[in-house]
Design a protein. Structure first.
Length: 149
């Protein structure tokens, strides 16, 4: 599980689990808001750019809100170096965009290029896949707490 920052003492593991659970809950709440925005944008762009273009456009449009909200609310990292965090988040964003686009492409191929709701569900599933990867990378790489010494 996510038990990387355990403080010494008998209650350290419990505190760490609680902290990680709070992070996951906040990340999930922000994810719901961004997913609704993604779904609306994907649906609006779909008839103009096709599914992969819509995925790229909707994913890109929600990245600023996602970065700002997670930086402040999930990881409490607003005092960290913005340039370093933004660069790391940018790398994570590109990785997530590639992962979600590849997963969407594979799903569309597998299911015979459906349209409408099925296509949207596949796009959302690809986004969930990318979101799990993004959380792990943000938690372990971009918004790492300094070691206590």
């Amino acid at each position: 599980m996510f038990l990387s920052r355990v403080t010494p003492g008998p209650s350290g593991a419990a505190l760490c689990r609680r902290d990680d659970a709070a992070k996951l809950a906040t990340f999930a709440a922000i994810g719901v808001v961004c997913t609704v925005a993604f779904a609306l944008l994907f649906s609006a762009l779909r008839h103009v750019t096709g599914p992969i273009g819509s995925n790229i456009g909707a994913y890109t449009a929600t990245v600023g809100l996602n970065f700002t909200a997670n930086r402040r609310l999930t990881f409490h990292a607003q005092d960290g170096d913005l340039k370093t965090q933004a660069a790391g988040y940018g790398a994570v964003y590109l990785f997530g965009l590639g992962a979600s686009s590849a997963a969407l492409w594979a799903a569309l191929e597998l299911f015979g290029h459906p349209v409408g709701r099925v296509e949207l569900v596949l796009a959302l599933a690809a986004g969930v896949f990318a979101t799990v990867l993004r959380y792990l990378m943000l938690n372990r790489w971009v918004f790492v707490e300094p070691a206590r010494g």
